[in-house]
Design a protein around this ligand. Structure first.
Ligand code: NAI
Ligand code: MG
Length: 351
């Protein structure tokens, strides 16, 4: 009998979501066996199809059911047949706010053998962890519109930053920096223009830094940080930043680390009051859905993050090593289907 059972909620979602999630689950099942974990899995059919059928995106009762799990694996949501924003706000952002995912974790790591668009960088130059704030900033939906559709239209979209919200994400980022070998934290903001929010972040970082004397602290404006992501990625270790800057910077991060098909993420509630949710950074990729072309690697690396979060780091490293070995062998080989990549990584995990 397995020594530990884990209640997993799975939201495959739309487009390539179900395709990549299937491969992530193959790998999870294989690694669970060798680590004495029993995965109790419940699948939730949320996304475009449900919205067309019922008109709802996430019923309260389903949210409560999902809340009862230990952890969540999500594919991606979004479909061209659904108006933009309906599923993003009604499902994804709703989960992020209701389950209080104040840490959006996005590692940017270049694995050996992976092609990067940057010339002359080595894998050891690109190994950072972006800690993006997940519940505040301009994503809260605060704001409004008046005189819509007229030449006098006014639209506001407020950036909300609370002392409480900034402190908790900054503290988390410091703790992560302290646990890494380089122990460096870079705050990214735009405090010369966004003076109120930027000042709150700056003062918070200075205050929390006193509790982490071993961590060195740096600051960059977001525009300069974008440049250095490309020209000097080696200067970053842990990056802490607001919701919007983090969203944009991590797509850039994904690009320099080999592409969106490899970028994993975690929506984390570090208090443990709600299940954290792991998902590839990419979307539902309607352009390649149903063709077996999607790379499931980002989802499989998200499974590794999920295992780390559950406190099974040996299992997480096993998945990561299997991915690294597969990536190293991929170069120059023929293109493989989604399930072939999943099978190859599963075989390495199992063997
Ligand atoms: P996308 O990430 O779905 O696709 C961008 C490009 O990357 C496309 O050319 C796609 O084919 C390619 N791509 C993405 N994932 C890939 C993979 N695993 N393997 C190979 N190629 C891959 O972003 P896009 O096109 O802006 O959005 C499509 C839909 O996804 C929209 O409805 C959007 O709102 C939604 N979306 C959902 C997210 C989520 O569920 N967390 C995140 C981002 C977008
Ligand atoms: Mg994004």
């Amino acid at each position: 009998m397995a020594s530990r059972s884990i209640r997993l909620a799975v939201i495959p979602g739309d487009g390539i979501g179900p395709e990549v999630v299937a491969e992530g689950l193959k790998v999870l099942d294989a690694v669970a066996q060798s680590h004495d974990l029993a995965i109790e899995r419940e699948t939730y059919g949320l996304g475009a199809a449900r919205w067309h059928e019922t008109g709802d995106t996430l019923p309260d009762s389903m949210l409560e059911e999902i809340r009862g799990h230990d952890v969540i694996l999500l594919g991606a949501v979004g479909d061209p047949t659904v108006p933009s924003g309906v599923l993003e706000r009604g499902l994804l952002l709703r989960l992020r706010f209701e389950l209080d995912y104040y840490v959006n974790l996005r590692p940017v790591k270049l694995y050996p053998g992976v092609t990067t668009p940057l010339a002359d960088v080595r894998p050891e130059d690109v190994d950072m962890l972006v800690v993006r704030e997940g519940t505040e900033g301009p994503y809260t939906g605060v704001g409004g519109v008046m005189r819509r559709g007229t030449p006098q239209e006014v639209a506001t979209q407020e950036s909300i930053n609370t002392a409480y919200g900034v402190e908790r994400v900054v503290r988390y980022a410091f703790a992560r920096a302290a646990s890494r070998s380089r122990k460096k934290l870079t705050l990214v903001h735009k405090d010369n223009v966004l003076t109120f929010a930027g000042d709150l972040y700056q003062r918070t970082v200075r205050a929390v830094a006193r509790d982490f004397p071993e961590v060195s602290v740096d600051y960059l404006h977001v525009d300069a940080a974008s440049m250095f992501f490309v020209t000097q990625p080696g200067r970053f270790d842990v990056v802490v930043t607001d919701n919007l800057f983090g969203d944009i910077l991590t797509d850039l991060g994904a690009a320099i680390a080999g592409g969106i098909g490899l970028a994993a993420s975690g929506n984390v509630n570090p208090t443990g009051d709600a299940p954290s949710m792991f998902e590839p950074v990419h979307g539902s990729a309607p352009d390649i859905a149903g063709q077996g072309k999607a790379d499931p690697t980002a989802t499989i690396l998200s499974v590794a993050m999920l295992l780390d979060h559950l406190g099974v780091p040996e299992a997480a490293r096993q998945v990561e090593s299997a991915v690294a070995a597969d990536l190293a062998e991929r170069q120059g080989g023929p293109a493989r289907a989604t399930s072939q990549i999943g099978d190859a990584i599963t075989k390495r995990v199992a063997g």
